[in-house]
Design a binder for this molecule. Structure first.
Ligand code: ATP
Ligand code: MG
Length: 870
């Protein structure tokens, strides 16, 4: 069965069991502070498990893109070395939200695997939670009894907390689980070793394929468990592993999910898969990583220097380095695999197909720049090897190479070994740990349990229509972090505060009680679909009703910038073309930032056209036309554009100004006329094929013009209020150039005459022709004089001082024969005498100059020069 059909069979099976098929959510998470990427099928459904929102159907099924490269689930270092862990993989899942539980989950998993897919029962094992004393949970007898109805008891294994108790995080929903494992070894091997002993033992052919989680507890901050009000089913089956079983092969990489990419790597690199272990690892790494990187870029997460972007950059760099070292590829080639990947996956994941060009460009650019880094690193490493007195390089050096230059540790190790060197590994580890610890401490957030004041409240956002409301606190908790100290998070029954999202910043404002006491809200953020308000302290009586007020000025400036962002998006597609896609947006009160795909710098004309386009729509006074709860399809039909990497609900909000229609949850001006004016302040590149525009609106534009105007009048004032200041400036500049030339000529003449006078002042001391004197010349003039006199006198020692613009210089000239015979060195002398003028300098033994900030010391320095003649 082809992989395409395997995926469809799974989804259709559960559709028959009354589940709704849903699309994979984007991999990059936007409103979950605990997670960077979706790392399991349940992550996008957290809000349902937590009861913050209701799914359209309490039975869902999907294939979710997952990435396990950071945090709690990190398989990155395994990938390539084993044959069944990937960075990016698909997790097939069926979901029950307070609907069916253990019985159906087990029955359907069994039916699907053994009947629909026809997998032989005798290669399957299942596991059941053995219980845990500390948590006070007994063995999962219920699951055991259901399994007993399908599979012989010697194939039911007991599992411990690590393998058979699933937790969302340190806090939150959790529960026991049953895993399903396959044993796909040959009959001979099975005869030799009992498969049962290999389950969960990292054997490449005895692997877990499916995990059925019975979510029934909630883990509290103090570590204790309570029962969840509604029980849920969360299952996850590794799609690539299922394909391996179904296609009768021994490795995920031998399924048709990977073979086309592997064939392409073989062609490009002229290497063969399956002949040499090192080459094989490299090929697996690259075929895996190109998928992770391509999908991330398609979801809007570009490689960068921080956060999620940095994780993606590191994955790509890992691939480049394996290609560099083991496949001898010293030029970019990974981007060339994208075409095959798109052919293979583009149908199930159209975001890849549409953005192929961008994905290729970004990967190519990253490859190029990292290969350059590798080259530089090699040079640095050569130098380290050359200069090392021992055969062991310090861990600190290796760490510096990695940290400062991005040169990977294992590559350093490899090259050192090739040169007969080693490095101090434990030292390196220590440095790395220290760094990680620093990062952790800075970002660590400790949260207390929520104190719930009002049960079962679903929060409502009323901030589209009002900036003020009477609210009650539904729940609150304390959070502590190194960065922000102690803060309180408050959730209201309804809120006029906009929570950060869709690029728009969160609202600020305050809560006021009946006595007029005020608590400031310093930020509002969305967490698992709930608006969380941040306050430095708690109100005196949390049970009161409060007046909640949003900072109206900040909100209205932010709204101007948000609406302008939509108009800018429209303008860019109009002026540059429809290849322009939004790649990032930040809407602040002071400015807006918009990233978009486009391949060249915008010309002055294009920028002007874009500005004009937006300003015409502002002048046109277009009213906001908002549709709050329309089906997604209707919005698309009406011309709204969905963005890649955004997660949309079944119903959406469409925001329209004239011909600009966007799916958007943000807040906007009521009429484009409120924006007053739009001004682009910068345009530049962020990455290959991605440009960034920063712009301002309303008050900020007024400030901008006001500032410019003030500067203009100041300039005009300086120019004695001439009529045409630009012309006046131009002629001033011309005049300046002419004068400079004249001065240069005059100084030369002056130097000439000074030289004549100086000749007569040179005196002979101990056989040395000596002169120390303060001159009225610049450094170039002094140098000229020195060399001129040097050509006329033997055994010459000159020290000249000068004062220019309040600064001191000392120049010393010593004839070459003196340098040799008397061991005099002008460089050393100016350095020593430089102390008198509070400065330093250097140069060659026969001519050197020092600069300093104390002209008053020149005389003393000149006087001290005589000491060198003795
Ligand atoms: P393993 O012990 O093999 O790492 P896991 O216990 O981490 O698996 P779960 O978190 O239960 O796995 O995920 C559910 C399913 O997803 C697994 O049964 C497996 O089929 C699949 N899976 C997990 N991690 C990966 C991965 N890195 N690559 C491919 N498939 C995976
Ligand atoms: Mg794992």
């Amino acid at each position: 069965m082809k992989s395409q059909d395997i995926r469809n069979t799974f989804l259709n099976f559960f559709e028959e069991k009354k589940h709704s098929i849903v699309q994979s959510a984007p991999m990059v998470l936007k409103d979950d502070p605990t997670l960077m990427f979706v790392n399991s099928g349940m992550a996008p459904f957290k809000e349902y498990f937590l009861g913050n929102a209701q799914p359209k159907n309490n039975r869902l099924t999907d294939s979710q893109k997952c990435l396990r490269v950071s945090g709690k689930h990190n398989d990155l270092e395994e990938v390539g070395y084993d044959t069944y862990h990937h960075t990016l993989f698909e997790m097939l899942g069926n979901w029950s939200f307070g609907d069916y539980f253990r019985k159906e989950a087990i029955a359907w998993a069994w039916e699907l695997l053994t009947e629909r897919f026809g997998i032989d029962k005798d290669i399957l094992y299942v596991s059941v939670f053995e219980g845990d004393e500390e948590d006070g949970i007994p063995m999962d007898q219920e699951a055991y009894d259901f399994w007993k109805g399908y599979i012989s008891e010697d194939r039911i294994l007991m599992g411990n907390k690590k393998d058979n108790f699933w937790e969302m995080g340190d806090q939150g929903p959790c529960g026991p689980c049953s895993e399903i494992h396959v044993d796909i070894r040959s009959a001979e091997e099975k005869a030799k070793v009992d498969g049962k002993t290999l389950v969960n033992m990292d054997h490449p052919q005895v692997v877990e394929i499916w995990n059925l989680v019975f979510m029934q507890y909630n883990r509290k901050a103090n570590g204790s468990l309570e029962n969840l009000p509604a029980k849920h089913i969360d299952t996850g089956m590794g799609f690539e592993r299922l394909c391996m079983v179904m296609q009768g092969v021994q490795s995920n990489y031998d399924t048709d999910v990977f073979t086309p990419i592997i064939r392409e790597i073989e062609t490009i690199t002229d290497k063969e898969y399956g002949k040499n272990e090192k080459v094989d690892v490299a090929i697996r790494v690259i075929s895996d990583h190109v998928r992770a990187v391509a999908f991330s870029i398609a979801d809007g997460q570009l490689p960068s220097n921080t956060g999620a972007g940095y994780v993606i950059r590191r994955i790509l760099r890992r691939a480049v380095r394996y290609g560099f070292t083991f496949l001898d590829k010293k030029e970019p080639f990974i981007y060339r695999l994208v075409e095959v990947l798109v052919k293979q996956m583009g149908k199930a994941f159209p975001e890849l197909k549409v953005q192929r060009q961008l994905i290729e460009n970004v990967i190519k650019e990253e490859e190029t720049s990292f290969l350059r880094t590798l080259d530089q690193g090699l040079v640095l490493l050569d130098r380290i090897i050359e200069n090392s007195k021992t055969k062991e390089i310090s861990g600190a050096k290796v760490f510096e190479l990695k940290d400062t230059y991005g040169f990977p540790e294992d590559l350093t190790g490899l090259i050192l070994r090739e040169n007969g060197f080693t490095y101090n590994h434990s030292d390196f580890e220590k440095k790395l740990k220290e760094q990680q610890q620093r990062g952790k401490e800075a970002s660590q957030l400790k949260s207390d349990d929520w104190t719930v004041l009002v049960e079962d409240e679903e929060q409502e956002f009323i901030g589209y229509d009002t900036l003020e409301a009477q609210v009650k606190i539904v729940k609150y908790r304390k959070v502590t972090s190194k960065k922000d100290g102690e803060l309180y998070q408050l959730v209201f029954n309804m809120t006029p505060f906009y929570a950060e999202g869709g690029g728009q910043v969160g609202d600020k404002g305050y809560l006021e009680d009946a006595q007029g006491n005020i608590v400031y809200i310093i930020d509002t953020k969305r967490e698992n679909n709930v608006a969380v308000h941040f306050a430095k302290n708690l109100p005196k009586n949390v049970n009161e009703t409060f007046k909640a007020s949003v900072d109206a000025k900040q909100r209205s400036r932010t709204e101007s910038n948000h609406t302008a962002t939509h108009l800018l998006h429209q303008a860019l597609r109009e002026v540059l073309g429809t290849h322009v896609e939004q790649k990032g947006s930040a809407v602040h009160s002071k400015y807006l930032r918009f990233d978009f795909s486009h391949f060249s710098k915008l010309t002055v004309e294009e920028l002007r056209d874009v500005e004009d386009f937006v300003n015409r729509r502002i002048d046109g006074k277009l009213p906001l036309q908002e549709k709050r709860n329309i089906p997604m399809q209707q919005a698309i039909d009406e011309g709204a554009m969905a963005l890649f990497g955004e997660k949309y609900g079944d119903t959406v909000r469409a925001v329209r100004f004239g011909q600009s229609i966007e799916l958007c949850g943000g807040t906007h001006v009521k009429n484009t006329g409120d924006i007053w004016h739009f001004k682009i302040v910068s345009e530049g590149a962020v990455a290959a094929g991605i440009r960034r525009i920063e712009a301002i609106t309303s008050d900020a534009v007024k400030d901008f013009y006001f500032e410019n105007n003030r500067a203009y009048f100041e300039m005009k004032d300086l120019l004695n209020n001439v009529k045409e200041p630009v012309k006046a400036l131009q002629s001033l500049q011309d005049e300046n150039t002419t004068l400079k030339k004249q001065i240069e000529g005059l100084l030369k003449d002056k130097a000439k005459s000074i030289k004549g006078d100086l000749k007569n002042e040179i005196t002979e001391i101990n056989g040395i022709n000596f002169l120390a004197k303060k001159l009225d010349l610049d450094a170039a003039g002094i140098k000229d004089v020195c060399f001129e006199l040097g050509s006329q006198f033997d055994n010459l020692f000159l020290l000249f001082g000068a004062e220019n613009d309040g600064k001191a210089i000392l120049s010393c000239y010593i004839s070459k024969e003196l340098v040799a015979s008397k061991g005099l060195n002008a460089g050393t002398i100016v350095r020593e005498l430089g102390k008198h003028i509070q400065g330093g300098g250097g140069g060659q033994p026969f001519f050197a100059t020092a600069g300093g900030k104390n002209p008053d010391g020149i005389e003393a320095a000149l006087k001290a020069a005589e000491n060198y003649l003795k």
